[in-house]
Design a binder for this molecule. Structure first.
Ligand code: AMP
Length: 202
């Protein structure tokens, strides 16, 4: 290994809905001893608890639309300011468009930080659709209707995919084949991060 070892792991996992990024994100975060910061999970927890935020975003999530950038970015800032995120975190679901990239950049720059790597899970649209339909029957998520699924994949292609080229220009994207067993995919991710000098901590 030629890359020098990092003492932080500030990661982002990106991929279309149904790419398995949630599942892999949890595994990778556990391996590196960092918290997962999933905006989708934060919104769903607030909806479930009936908070003011939850009431504000219920209809947006059900339609598969995006929650306004300002609101989402404020939530992420608060979360990343907590002590457990001081040496690293794994972002899942944020940033989701180029505006949010700017918000995140500004926040990290203020703290003299930056992302170490962006894990891009590559999964064909057909495979994503199949997995999402399966999850809809297994978990009964209210935004896993056929219509909302198609809408979310469209938003991904039009709004989220462009953020990848932004990060590619910075040389921090690791494109990972997202088809295979959970273990195989996790191993591919760890190998890519290892090559960047990011070592498994726990
Ligand atoms: P996810 O669990 O990442 O698929 O997110 C579920 C839903 O939460 C999305 O369809 C959006 O309605 C909302 N959401 C999650 N993250 C964001 C974000 N970064 N910006 C705006 N809306 C978001």
């Amino acid at each position: 290994m030629t890359a020098s070892a990092h003492t932080t792991a500030r990661l982002l996992i990106v991929g279309p809905q149904g790419s398995g990024k949630g599942t892999q994100g949890v595994r990778i975060a556990a391996a590196y001893g960092i918290p997962v910061v999933s905006t989708g999970d934060i919104f769903r927890a607030n909806i479930k608890a009936g908070t003011e935020l939850g009431q504000k975003v219920t209809a947006i999530l059900d339609a598969g639309d995006l929650v306004p950038d300002e609101l989402t970015s404020e939530i992420v800032r608060d979360r990343l300011s907590q002590e457990d995120a001081a040496n690293g975190f794994l972002l899942d679901g944020y940033p989701r468009n180029t505006h949010q990239v700017e918000h995140l950049d500004a926040f990290l720059q203020e703290r003299g930080e930056s992302l170490d790597a962006v894990i891009l899970l590559d999964v064909p649209r057909e495979e994503s659709l199949t997995r999402l339909r399966l999850r809809a029957t297994e978990q009964g998520r209210s935004d896993d209707t056929d219509e909302a699924i198609a809408h979310r994949l469209d938003i991904y292609e039009h709004e989220t995919a462009p953020i990848i080229s932004v990060y590619e220009q910075r040389g921090i994207v690791d494109r990972i084949d997202g088809v295979g067993s959970l273990d195989e995919i996790a191993e591919r991710i760890v190998a890519a991060l290892d090559a960047r000098g990011l070592r498994v901590l726990v």
